[in-house]
Design a protein around this ligand. Structure first.
Ligand SMILES: Cc1cc2nc3c(=O)[nH]c(=O)nc-3n(C[C@H](O)[C@H](O)[C@H](O)COP(=O)(O)OP(=O)(O)OC[C@H]3O[C@@H](n4cnc5c(N)ncnc54)[C@H](O)[C@@H]3O)c2cc1C
Length: 548
C-alpha cells in the first residue's frame, strides 16, 4: 500500500484524552503561559461522553488547579454528609463503625459529583484560556521521530473499510506534532500500552492490577433519598470468590449512583462480574432502597488498582503518561480523580519549564519525581499494602491488617514494608477444571437486568462498517485454547456482552459484537491468553454517558 499522506499540525503540547488528567494539564499549561499552543483530543462524541467514575471527588486536585472553582461555578454541588461502611451477608449486614478507620478514609469535605459534568466544566475553563479541544477525534497511532522519540499522534481517521484498508470514503486523519505528547487516556490506554511496551516502562515495577467497575444511575423514591450519603459495602455476593464491593452515592435530584467493582485477579473463570452486580441489588438493604425507583443509565469501566508499587516509569523521550494511564487510584478510598488532576498539573509544570529552557522531545523527569515524591506519591504510598493483603488473605484479615497498616503509614511507617502483587490479572485466571460453574439467578427486569438491556442504557454505538476494534492476535485461540481450558471467560467478564461462543453445525464459533463495546478495556486486561487487543475505534463512537 502506498504511504499515506497526512497533513501535520505543530503544537507545543498534544494531549490525548479529555478526562480530569488531560484537561488539568491543558488548563495549567495555559495558566502558565497563554501563548503556548495546546490541543486536547478526545474520542468521545463530546467531552464527558466516555467518563465513568463513582464519583466522590476529593477536591484537593481542583483546589490546586483552580482555587476559585466555587466562584467559577464548578458542578460540585453535593457535599458528603454521611459516610457508611457495611460488610454484607446474604440476608443481613454489619455496620463497620467509622472511628477505627484511618483519617484518610473519611469522606467529609468531599463531593458527590458527575465526573462527566465536572469534565465538561473543565473543558469550558480550558477553552476560555485558549486550549483547542477536539472531541470525536480518536488518536489511533503514535508518530515517532528520527531518534525514536514520540513526536505526535495520528487522529481523526474515519471510514476505514471493514478489513482495515483504505476505501473511497476513508479520511486519513492528520498528524498532530508536539514538543511533548501527554497520554491521558485513562485506565489501560491503548497508546499508553504501546509506549509502556516500547520503552519497557514497567521494568522493575510490580504488574499493574485492575478491577471492573459497573455503574447504574437510579432515580429513587424521594422519601428514601438522602442527598450527600455515601455507602460502601463488601462481602456478599462475592464472598471468597473475588475481591471487590459496592458504592451507593446519593447525589441530587433523587438520583443515586449504584456501582459494583470486582477485582480482576479472580481465579474462577466461571465468575460473571456483571451478574454479581445484578445479584447485589437484591440484597434486602439495597433492594429496599431501589424498590419503586428506575434505572436511567448504565456504564462500565476498568479501574486501576496496582497503586504505588505498580506505577510504571511515566516518561520516555517526548512523552509522558498521566492519571490512570499510569494508575493513580487510591484503592481503599476508590478515588483517582484528584490524583489525575494533580498529575496533569505536575506534567504541565514540567513541560512548561522544559519548553522555556528551549528543550523538547526529551524525558520530563521532573514530572516523574513530582508524582513519586509529591502529594500523589504520598497519597498512594500510605495505602500500598491494602490491595496485596486483600488478594493474599481475603476480606476480613485484610480489613483488620489493612486498617492497621494504613494507620501506621499515616504515622510514617509500615510493619509490612511494600508487599507485591505477584501475577497479572490475566495470569491469575485458573483452568475451568479446578472450578465449578456458578448458578446466577435470572434478572427480574425490575431490580436486575440482562446485559443487553442494560447496554442500551449506555447509549453505545459503533458504525458497523468499520473494522472491529477488538483485535485477536490469533483468531483460533478463543475456541481452541480458551474454550477447553477456561470455558472462554470473555463470555462472562465483558460487562457489555460483546463476546459470545455460538454453537452451530460446524461447531463452536467465537463472535465479537464490537458494536456493544463500552470501552471498559476488561478484555484487554483479563483474557488469560492475552490474545485480545483493544484499539480505539473511530472518533465519536462508543458510549454516550449523560451524567456518569
Ligand atoms: C466504577 C468506578 C468508580 C470510581 N469511583 C471513583 C470515585 O468515586 N472517586 C474518584 O476520585 N475516582 C473514582 N474512580 C477512578 C477515576 O475514574 C479515575 O481515577 C479517573 O477517571 C482517571 O482520570 P484520567 O483522566 O486519567 O482518565 P479518564 O477519566 O478515564 O479519561 C480518559 C479520557 O481519554 C479518552 N481517551 C482514551 N483513549 C483515547 C484515545 N486514544 N484518543 C482520544 N481519546 C482517548 C477517554 O475517552 C476519556 O475521556 C472510579 C473508577 C471507576 C471505574
Amino acid at each position: 500500500m502506498a504511504e499515506i499522506e497526512r497533513e501535520a499540525m505543530e503544537y507545543d503540547v498534544v494531549i490525548v484524552g479529555a478526562g480530569p488528567a488531560g484537561l488539568s494539564a491543558a488548563i495549567r499549561l495555559k495558566q502558565l503561559d497563554a501563548d503556548l499552543n495546546v490541543v486536547v483530543l478526545e474520542k468521545g462524541s463530546e467531552v464527558g461522553a466516555h467518563i465513568l467514575s463513582g464519583a466522590v471527588l476529593d477536591p484537593c486536585g481542583l483546589d490546586a488547579l483552580i482555587p476559585d472553582w466555587k466562584e467559577k461555578g464548578a458542578p460540585l454541588n453535593v457535599p458528603v454528609t454521611e459516610d457508611n461502611f457495611y460488610v454484607l451477608g446474604e440476608a443481613g449486614h454489619l455496620r463497620v463503625p467509622n472511628w477505627p478507620m484511618p483519617p484518610l478514609m473519611n469522606n467529609h469535605g468531599n463531593y458527590i459529583v458527575s465526573m462527566g459534568n465536572v469534565c465538561r466544566w473543565m473543558a469550558e475553563q480550558a477553552e476560555a484560556l485558549g486550549v483547542e479541544i477536539f472531541p470525536g477525534m480518536s488518536c489511533s497511532e503514535l508518530v515517532y521521530g528520527d531518534n525514536g522519540e514520540v513526536k505526535g499522534v495520528v487522529a481523526g481517521v474515519f471510514g476505514l473499510e471493514p478489513d482495515g484498508s483504505y476505501g473511497p470514503n476513508t479520511e486519513p486523519g492528520m498528524e498532530l506534532h508536539g514538543k511533548y505528547v501527554f497520554l491521558s487516556e485513562g485506565v489501560r490506554g491503548s497508546l499508553a500500552k504501546e509506549v509502556i511496551a516500547r520503552y519497557d516502562l514497567q521494568k522493575g515495577k510490580e504488574p499493574q492490577k485492575f478491577g471492573i467497575g459497573m455503574k447504574e444511575i437510579w432515580e429513587i423514591d424521594p422519601a428514601k433519598h438522602r442527598e450527600g450519603t455515601v455507602t460502601h459495602t463488601m462481602g456478599w455476593p462475592l464472598g471468597s470468590n473475588a475481591g471487590g464491593g459496592s458504592f451507593i452515592y446519593h447525589l441530587d435530584n433523587n438520583q443515586v449512583y449504584v456501582g459494583f467493582v470486582v477485582h480482576l485477579n479472580y481465579k474462577n473463570p466461571y465468575l460473571y462480574p456483571y451478574m454479581e452486580f445484578q445479584r447485589f441489588k437484591h440484597h434486602p438493604m439495597v433492594a429496599e432502597l431501589l424498590k419503586g425507583g428506575k434505572r436511567v443509565a448504565y456504564g462500565a469501566r476498568a479501574i486501576t488498582e496496582g497503586g504505588y508499587q505498580s506505577m510504571p516509569k511515566m516518561v520516555a523521550p517526548g512523552v509522558a503518561l498521566l492519571g490512570c494511564s499510569v494508575g493513580m487510584v487510591n484503592v481503599p478510598r476508590i478515588k483517582g480523580n484528584h490524583n489525575a488532576m494533580l498529575s496533569g498539573k505536575a506534567a504541565a509544570e514540567a513541560a512548561y519549564d522544559a519548553i522555556k529552557a528551549g528543550r523538547q522531545s526529551d524525558e520530563l523527569t521532573a514530572y516523574e519525581t513530582e508524582v513519586r515524591t509529591g502529594p500523589i506519591g504520598k497519597d498512594l504510598k500510605k495505602v500500598r499494602n491494602v490491595k496485596p493483603m486483600w488478594s493474599k488473605w481475603g476480606l476480613l484479615p485484610s480489613l483488620a491488617l489493612g486498617g492497621l497498616d494504613m494507620w501506621t503509614n499515616t504515622l510514617g511507617f509500615s510493619l509490612f514494608g511494600t508487599l507485591g502483587h505477584g501475577k497479572t490479572d490475566a495470569a491469575a485466571t485458573e483452568e475451568a477444571s479446578k472450578h465449578k460453574p456458578i448458578d446466577y439467578p435470572k434478572p427480574d427486569g425490575t431490580l436486575s437486568f440482562d446485559r443487553l438491556t442494560n447496554v442500551s442504557f449506555a447509549a453505545t454505538n459503533h458504525e458497523e462498517s468499520q473494522p472491529c476494534h477488538l483485535r485477536l492476535t490469533d483468531p483460533d485461540v478463543p475456541v481452541k485454547v480458551n474454550l477447553p481450558k477456561y470455558a472462554e471467560p470473555a463470555q462472562r467478564y465483558c460487562p457489555a456482552g460483546v463476546y459470545e461462543v455460538v454453537e452451530d453445525d460446524s461447531g463452536p464459533r467465537f463472535v465479537i459484537n464490537f458494536q456493544n463495546c463500552v470501552h471498559c478495556k476488561t478484555c484487554d486486561i483479563k483474557d488469560p491468553s492475552q490474545n485480545i487487543t483493544w484499539v480505539t475505534p473511530q472518533g465519536g463512537d462508543g458510549p454516550n454517558y449523560p451524567n456518569m
